[in-house]
Ligand binder design. Structure first.
Ligand SMILES: C[S@@+](CC[C@H](N)C(=O)[O-])C[C@H]1O[C@@H](n2cnc3c(N)ncnc32)[C@H](O)[C@@H]1O
Length: 292
């Protein structure tokens, strides 16, 4: 097996297909026991680290990446997100690095609160949980809290449950549309924090994203209706019914939506301490508030 000859050919192919070459390394590191040093030094003694079967599988998946534009994360079936190992399939959105920040923003808010126990020991809800990433991270960060997670997609919830289990976190999962899924849980005026990365892309744009996203990620996870804000409006309007006074509300959104969402929260009249937060690139990507 001429692994490095194959590797060099694939780097060229990746360029031709306009696929980032780091994705080849990512897939190799995921599927084999090669490490970054092996890749950097082009280690020659690979027989212990990569069998013919693994190599054949790697090549098969990589060819699918190039020809079918399937994201490497779906091909590998797993991602690392924060300190969590999460299974992913095409039933769930691939959790994005920028979404990791929502947990840090929540954690900072709670740390700075003079009533942090309300949140540390309170009830939290992750609406539109997908792979379960946010709910599981919240459960890990607030071990004394009770965490609920909602998704409309049964298939997504099945993956989220596996992920909670694999990461040894307890999360209460509910199937249904946004707050309807919680309506029989006696949670009105009980929730300390609502966190959501809802679908926020305008319907017409969903078909024009990169093929990896448009053709492979679930449109239920992407499509936010005509202006992208349908789910966020629902979350703004109904959350006050479920939050305690002072309860925290935060959503992720796309570039250009933050000021509109701030106005919607202000116009609602039931929110205070409304704040916009930037992502790593300095783009306004999250808006938070508290129930008055
Ligand atoms: C952008 S994805 C976020 C997934 C995950 N929270 C993350 O950050 O990676 C949005 C999620 O909302 C779910 N969703 C869409 N419409 C919904 C609805 N009406 N009620 C509940 N969940 C919904 C989708 O199935 C999807 O899992």
């Amino acid at each position: 097996m001429d692994f490095w000859g194959w590797y060099d050919r694939q780097l060229l192919e990746a360029k031709q297909y306009d696929v980032p070459i780091y994705e080849l390394d990512w897939l190799i590191l995921r599927l084999t026991s090669l490490d970054k040093l092996d890749l950097r030094l082009r280690s020659l003694n690979l027989s212990q680290k990569i069998t013919i079967e693994t190599f054949t599988n790697l090549d098969r998946l990589w060819q699918k990446r190039l020809s079918d534009r399937i994201p490497v994360q779906y091909l590998a079936g797993a991602v690392t997100w924060r300190d969590l190992e999460l299974q992913v399939s095409t039933a769930v959105l691939i959790p994005r690095p920028e979404t990791e920040l929502i947990i840090d923003i929540v954690a900072d808010f709670v740390n700075q609160s003079s009533h942090d126990e309300i949140y540390q020991y309170g009830i939290w809800a992750d609406l539109g949980t997908g792979s379960g990433a946010i709910a599981i991270a919240l459960a890990k960060h607030f071990p004394q809290a009770q965490i609920h997670a909602v998704d409309y997609s049964e298939a997504a919830l099945a993956i989220a449950k596996i992920n909670a289990n694999n990461n040894n976190q307890q999360v209460h999962f509910h199937q249904g549309s946004w707050f309807e899924a919680l309506s029989n849980q006696n949670l009105e005026n009980q929730i300390s924090g609502i966190v959501s990365n809802p679908p926020y892309i305008p319907s017409t744009e969903v078909l024009n994203l990169q093929p990896e996203v448009t053709n492979h990620e679930p449109h239920l996870a992407l499509d936010g209706g005509d202006d992208g804000l349908a789910a966020i409006r629902e979350l703004i309007n109904t959350a006050p019914q479920y939050l305690i006074s002072g309860g925290y509300w935060i959503v992720e959104l796309m570039a250009g939506q933050a000021e509109i969402v701030r106005s919607l929260l202000q116009a609602n009249g039931k929110y205070t301490n409304i704040q916009i937060h930037n992502d790593y690139a300095g783009i306004a990507r999250f808006v938070s508030g508290q129930k008055v």
